[in-house]
Design a protein around this ligand. Structure first.
Ligand code: ADP
Ligand code: ADP
Length: 226
């Protein structure tokens, strides 16, 4: 698991308005860290810059000490989970989870073992040969999670991963995700607009507003803010 250092980072898509405006923060190794704020405040942009998908217009993001824009994509070692799952619809659960390992050129037997382990961790043993369309939303998101963790990432980036689930399922998935993160010890950055969710899950939270950080703190500190 890796430290993420964000220093003086701004992002402007059109050269004028800043989607992200001069943010500074450090996310510690193994921390469950949430980016919280309303739609349009810059959460996804920040996450995409940490992933190396977007270049900051200003400033630098270091992951494990290295400027992420200079790390080749296949060496970034990050897992990503999205609200819409983003599974390959015409591939089985097993193939979806194996995808990142195939890309890395692992041997067939090693892939099979790691896929089995990842599916066991998200309680989906026995679902290997299903297609995503044959699974519930919660199950699909657990496949997406298995696909993200199977590469043993240094960082797990989650963009509203529970946003499509109904309230009851959402609460049990919050618990599962938090348990899994602590077990793996992976640094996790979690995007949400739901304060209750951020308070329930996070070690620390950054509250964003119009591209700026309003406050960073533990759930207790954020909840008690004036
Ligand atoms: P959030 O994730 O908090 O909803 P985003 O990071 O998606 O916020 O968006 C922040 C701002 O940047 C918004 O005003 C949005 O319209 C703008 N924005 C996001 N992506 C793009 C893009 N690819 N091109 C232009 N503007 C964008
Ligand atoms: P295929 O069309 O070969 O059966 P799938 O339908 O399983 O592939 O995959 C869904 C889509 O995801 C395809 O358009 C495929 O090209 C695309 N895809 C494959 N690998 C990646 C990847 N690493 N990142 C994003 N999209 C990918």
């Amino acid at each position: 698991s890796a430290r993420i250092e964000i220093a003086g980072v701004s992002k402007s898509y059109d050269g004028a308005t800043r989607a992200v405006d001069a943010i500074d923060m450090t996310i510690e190794p193994g921390e469950f860290f949430s980016l919280l704020g309303p739609s349009g405040c810059g959460k996804t942009t920040t996450l995409r810059m940490i992933a190396g998908f977007e270049m900051p217009s200003e400033g630098i993001i270091r992951v494990g000490g290295a400027d992420i824009t200079r790390v080749p994509a296949h060496k970034r070692d990050m897992g990503m989970v999205f609200q819409n799952y983003a599974l390959f619809p015409h591939r089985t659960v097993r193939e979806n989870v194996a995808f990142g390992l195939r890309m890395r050129g692992l041997a067939r037997a090693a892939i099979a073992k790691k896929v089995d382990e990842a599916l066991a961790m998200v309680a989906l043993t026995g679902f290997e040969d299903r297609m995503p369309g044959q699974l519930s939303g919660g199950q699909q998101q657990r496949v997406a999670l298995a696909r993200a963790i199977v590469i043993e990432p240094r960082v797990l980036l989650c963009d509203e991963p529970l946003g499509a689930l109904d309230k009851k399922l959402r609460q049990s998935m919050q618990f599962e995700l938090k348990q899994l993160q602590k077990k793996l010890g992976v640094t996790l950055v979690f995007v949400t607009h739901d304060q209750e969710e951020a308070l329930a899950m996070s070690d620390r939270i950054a509250v964003l507003s119009r591209g700026k950080i309003e406050q960073v703190g533990t759930p207790v500190e954020i909840y008690d803010r004036p």
